[in-house]
Design a protein around this ligand. Sequence first.
Ligand SMILES: *Cc1c(COP(=O)(O)O)cnc(C)c1O
Length: 354
Amino acid sequence: MSRFFSKKFSALTPYTPGEQPRDKKYIKLNTNESPFPPSPGVIRAVLEEAATLQLYSDPECTVLINKLAEVYGAEPERIIATNGSDEVLDFAFNAFCDKENPIVFPDITYGFYSVFAEKLGIPYEEIPLKDDLTVDVNDYIGINKNIVIANPNAPTGIALPLSDIERIVASNPDNVVIIDEAYVDFGGESAVKLTEKYGNLLVVQTFSKSRSLAGARLGFAIGSKELISDLHTLRYSTNPYNVNRMTCAAGYAALTENGYYMQNAQTVMRTREFAKAELEKRGFTVLPSKANFLFAKSGEISGEELYLELKELGVLVRHFKKERIKDYCRITVGTAMEMKKLLDNIDIILEKRT
Ligand SMILES: *Cc1c(COP(=O)(O)O)cnc(C)c1O
């Protein structure tokens, strides 16, 4: 730390992204990327757009926003596009939370929420999940604080039904409820429709998971005109060109080939259920996932040991040291072939121990 670093950040622990090692070729099941490449139209669009990189991007992302409006059935004024959904989450924490407007979220969830709150000096409360690692909806009914919930949740993969989301939103009319739907395309129920009815609901999604564009950095949010306008105010006060030309073009092209991505999501869901059953045959407890990952613990080997031994064998999964979930590993659902290799390696690891 330099002696110039602002005191307000001196205790800040930044978010730890999943490792992206370069020492050898791994089967990468640790950061919930899509195992499928972007569609051909996306690659063409990016190459074409590259020829105009001397020009700034469209700060309104008009073409992309209009296409999102068509696909998601919301007016363009109710949509904002950002540099990954992490950016729109940051804008939302900035825009709607402060000392007088704290935020709550589950104790086990996306690690960035507490980082944003710490960074911005926002008071926050982590509400424990139930023993089965599900969200207790009653904890949020009429809590009268801002709320962020990932649905499906991460890293559990467990989804809440839309009726529960609606109860939470309806019972907190004077607070903003952010629903982070990073994984919704893998079997969850989206709350986008509810944004027509509830002015306090902000739904956040990303192109990083189901649309194979993690490296392009593209996220978006849908909410009331007023909420979205506030987020634009922050965006124009931070970086009006937050979505670059190539990403804008990639996002538009991806939406014109949406069928390809939704089919890939179906493939991931089938592979997920296959892998879940195979892990259970091997004595694992696997949470019911509506995401592109499985959260699983072995009866035989600790989460950390499994992570380390798999890494040794060339398979990367994610392990979290947090006490409540330290027995688990989060395993991204890759291709069927990748999952077979994972299972073979798990067999090797478990056999060695008996
Ligand atoms: C991956 C993820 C995000 C962030 O995705 P971006 O790549 O920044 O769009 C946000 N929320 C959750 C729960 C995620 O898993």
